[in-house]
Design a protein around this ligand. Structure first.
Ligand SMILES: Cc1cc2nc3c(=O)[nH]c(=O)nc-3n(C[C@H](O)[C@H](O)[C@H](O)COP(=O)(O)O)c2cc1C
Length: 258
């Protein structure tokens, strides 16, 4: 985590029920004399203790937001959720028009709310709008250099032309997802795509741009990436210029029950 945090328990509110202790994945709470207390501040700060406390006695400092009460309105309806997941498509043709700041904020928020291993919260986001063209040009320049080599070993690339909009397809915005941990970044990206879909936007994950950002020092400089920071993916976002009328068939799940 980037900021310092400390767990505090308000003794006037704590009823010593032990729920925080029992639910803590780091075994970092004890109850003595009818009151709970943290054992250390060396904790992953997942805030289960805050979330589970029936009397709101637990707090963790250093966050900008107050915990929000949960009342069941967040429940997902399984059939609608699966229908939405199944309806999404990669969008490669975009209509004119900007993506609103509100939509961008919601998409980033979906990433921020996504869980991370050990609660590292190590995913960051670069929103490309003004410098979108410059970043795309640098990626195009690289791919045009490496395409002849790729064509020696890969049949698909023999049919590929790297035009000016090869990466971002003329979309007005791109959100580059940066993380040290690929899984954390990928999970965030998936929820971000759902948030974009909820705004009626189309998304393309650009694996090619992630590759370009790995290989091109000039592009890494343009993105302001520090050593060790990986572009996990880039969400190319815009208004869809295509309406898909039915779902696409997918192969059955390769699943085993043991
Ligand atoms: C991690 C990842 C990277 C991708 N990279 C690209 C890309 O660079 N260019 C592209 O045209 N499509 C890219 N795609 C889109 C896939 O080709 C697409 O998801 C797949 O064909 C299934 O189609 P659908 O997304 O419409 O269901 C990527 C998808 C994923 C999940």
């Amino acid at each position: 985590m980037r900021f310092p945090h400390e767990i505090a328990i308000d003794p006037a509110r704590c009823i010593g029920c032990g729920l925080c202790r029992d639910d803590c994945p780091a075994s970092n709470l004890s109850v003595a004399g009818g009151k709970a207390a943290p054992l250390t501040q060396a904790c992953i700060m997942c805030a289960h203790c805050v979330a589970v406390c029936p009397t709101n006695a637990v707090s963790i400092s250093g966050f900008d937001e107050e915990p929000r009460p949960l009342d069941g309105a967040e429940a997902l309806e399984p059939a609608r959720l699966l229908a939405a997941i199944g309806a999404r498509r990669s969008m490669r043709r975009f209509a004119e028009g900007p993506v609103s700041d509100e939509a961008i904020a919601d998409i980033v928020e979906a990433g921020r709310l996504t869980p991370t291993g050990k609660n590292a919260q190590d995913v960051s986001y670069i929103v490309l709008r003004e410098r979108l063209d410059r970043c795309e040009q640098l990626a195009v320049r690289l791919f045009r250099r490496i395409l002849p080599l790729a064509r020696l070993v890969d049949a698909t690339s023999r049919r590929t032309e790297v035009d000016e909009h090869f990466f971002f397809k003329g979309a007005p915005a791109v959100i580059v997802v940066v993380a040290k941990d690929q899984v954390n970044g990928a999970l965030a990206a998936s929820n971000m795509e759902l948030a974009a879909q909820a705004h009626g936007l189309g998304v393309l994950y650009s694996g090619f741009f992630a590759l370009a950002a790995k290989l091109s020092p000039a592009l890494r400089r343009e993105l302001g990436l520090a050593r060790g920071q990986k572009v996990v993916t880039a969400l190319v976002v815009g208004h869809p210029a295509v309406t898909y009328r039915r779902t696409a068939p997918k192969e059955p799940a390769d699943v085993r029950f043991l």
